[in-house]
Design a protein around this ligand. Structure first.
Ligand SMILES: [Zn+2]
Ligand SMILES: [Zn+2]
Length: 408
């Protein structure tokens, strides 16, 4: 079968690989009817999240049909239509039972202390072969799969596999109260769903920060106030939009590939921090900090890994709440802790507890409370996956979220 395989930083290929088989009685094998490209995948190709094992199939978002079931999967039938939770979970350990399914004790083959296990990630997360493929093996299928209700399309369900629940998780852990003003840093797909989720939870105002006009336009269509950090200082803009006090909640939906401003008033501050930013990039991208793996302008690491966090902390009101859902690798050790501590901030963060959230969101979609396809901008055959990655990596206008059709 065809699958997108990680070979090295800056080197992904659509390869012919062996079809997956049942290996454990708790496994299922699914035929994927939809997959998707995620910003998280870019971190692995840019080298800003390192430790990938060559040969790993990429992708952690999927919708499919169950083709094979292990003997111990008792809650599904062959032929069931399912959405895959990006993070794997057993459903019976203490963290799973408390809803922290991303911290499952059993799913990660590296042991209970190894942290979140997800599809198509680095060695430390499994590695578990991913979902940008025609078929996939699903470990702990009873909990890692969720049945798609009738009336919810593949296009809707693929967005509920990871990015909608991740945005929801970011808004939920921040405990948004009715009327709150929320700033969302990063208006990629996850940022868009953080905006949608904050509004669904009753936020009074959402302020969206990004450097790309198409992404800001999508945020405005959702009802957000927008700030382009290439045109104005985002912290000053947020202060002026909040009567000088700052926002109640800030959500970092950017993560390690954060960029500083290259134009406008915020670019000057970035110049003064050039050496600090360079050190941070070196820390997180040991083999690509000097653009060793950059080709034709693709796979450039973000040039200021802590920029989104710093702006978020500065833009918060005193005793506000910072929620971090952007991905940072374990090697990232720089954080503006002094600024945060001296403002009495509350900080919440983590990998999305997909299994705990996905059933609720599928029901919201089925009932028509929200149509997640408002964020889907491209549908591409798996055969064109490499060029789709290149366009998404360069943030080409209009390329916000790409669904892949694995059978084409
Ligand atoms: Zn994703
Ligand atoms: Zn578990």
């Amino acid at each position: 079968m065809k699958a997108l395989v990680w070979h090295a930083t800056g080197d992904i290929r659509l390869d012919d690989v062996a079809e997956p088989q049942i290996e454990q009685p708790t496994d299922a094998v699914i035929r994927l009817t939809a997959s998707a490209i995620c910003g998280t995948d870019l971190h692995f190709i840019r080298g800003t999240v390192s430790g990938m094992k060559p040969g790993t199939i990429l992708g952690h978002e999927g919708v499919g049909i169950i083709e094979q079931l292990g003997d111990q999967v008792r809650n599904f039938d062959i032929g069931d239509r399912v959405v895959v939770c990006s993070t794997l979970s057993c459903g019976y350990c203490a963290p799973c039972r408390s809803g922290n399914t991303a911290q499952c004790d059993n799913a990660n083959p590296n042991g209970p202390e190894a942290g979140t296990s997800f599809f198509g990630g680095p060695q430390t997360t499994g590695p578990v072969n991913g979902l940008q493929a025609e078929k996939a093996r699903i470990p702990f299928a009873a909990n890692t799969l969720v049945k798609v209700p009738e009336g919810v399309s593949d296009e809707q369900a693929i967005l509920v596999s990871d990015i909608f629940p991740t945005g929801w998780f970011g808004a939920e852990i921040a405990q948004i109260q009715r009327g709150d003003t929320v700033a969302v840093f990063g208006c990629g797909p996850v940022g868009q769903f953080a905006i949608a989720s904050a509004l669904l939870m009753g936020a009074g105002r959402v302020i969206a920060v990004d450097p790309h006009d198409d992404r800001l336009a999508m945020a405005r269509r959702q009802g957000a106030f927008t700030v382009n950090f290439e045109k104005e200082d985002p912290v000053a803009a947020i202060k002026s939009l909040t009567g000088g006090t700052g926002v109640d909640v800030a959500i970092d939906a950017v993560g390690v590939d954060s960029q500083h401003a290259h134009h406008g008033p915020a670019a000057q501050q970035a110049e003064q921090k050039a050496e600090k930013h360079r050190q941070e990039v070196k820390e997180v991208a040991p083999d690509n900090y000097d653009h060793q793996h950059v080709q034709h302008g693709n796979w450039i690491p973000g040039d200021a890994p802590t920029q989104a966090l710093e702006w978020a902390i500065q833009a918060l009101r005193k005793a506000g709440t910072l929620s971090i859902i952007g991905v940072y690798p374990p090697d990232a050790q720089t954080f503006p802790i002094g600024m945060a501590m001296n403002k009495n901030l509350t900080m919440k963060m983590g990998n999305c507890n997909h299994h705990a959230i996905i059933p609720h969101l599928l029901e919201q979609v089925r009932m028509g409370a929200i149509d997640p396809t408002q964020v889907l901008t491209q549908v591409e055959p798996l055969s064109d996956v490499i060029s789709a990655y290149e366009s998404f990596d360069k943030r080409q206008p209009g390329w916000i979220k790409t669904e892949l059709l694995p059978s084409q």
